[in-house]
Design a protein around this ligand. Sequence first.
Ligand code: OGA
Ligand code: MN
Length: 288
Amino acid sequence: MMTPSFKPLNPFAAEVTGIDLSKPLDVATVQMIEMAMDHHAVLVFRQQPLTQDQQIAFAKSFGPLDLGLRKLKGGPHRFDYAELADISNVTVDGEVADRLHAKIVGNVANQLWHSDSSFQNPRAKYSMLSAVVVPGFGGDTEFADLRMAYDSLPQWRKDQIEGLQAEHYALHSRFMLGDTNYTEDQKRSIAKAVWPLVQTDPRSGRKILFVGIHACEIQGMTLPEGRILIMDLLEHATQREFVYRHQWQVGDLVMWDNTATVHRGRYFDFDERRELRRATTEEKMAEV
Ligand code: OGA
Ligand code: MN
């Protein structure tokens, strides 16, 4: 057996070699990956194409799986598991979706900085995204470290936001994109999740600036004042020096910690096929 090794790609992303993700992982290896995630927050595994079964088994080593938006929307899908998120511009029939297809709005929404399922409680912990088909141009994914974002805030900002609570709502990013065709009943039936803006990671002890596009309101502030604060903080958190950009190759698997990072997809031509598959664990604790 090879010894796993972790090669830093930037201050918070690392490439992992020496672990075969298609095989069941022993407890020691799972713990080693978790510790690396505490340290780095994004891990890149190259040349590890996984079947759906293998991807589910790998993800389950880290805890119960999150259903994400499927919990809200249900509906048909093309995978063997409802727990696999279809991060693609492909319909259930396997065809590249027409630009007017609802699936494309989801692709566009993924190009806004977010943390997966932050609008739910429990929220997502680890996302494990596997590249199946990549376009000829574009379609990179970017990640920003929310711990570096907190650490680099000026003291007046740290003082200002300490103790503030943000409301996260699943449809907020959709509304921003003009995707507003929902009934009042639909809008009301989706509960918001509330998360402190400033959090402390229970494992690493590091402070985190927990913002993202799903944050739509700061409790105790007017909507405009809360929203400009969220926008300012997100702009701060996503400045280039806090960003790792992943250029996908088929068979790549990228694992990230949704409680310590935000991510976004980048432009690609929606007429070209792009297929990634994501499995996601739930955060264990309901309290932060
Ligand atoms: C995701 C996601 C962005 C992308 O898988 O959760 O937001 O580049 N992906 O497709
Ligand atoms: Mn995402």
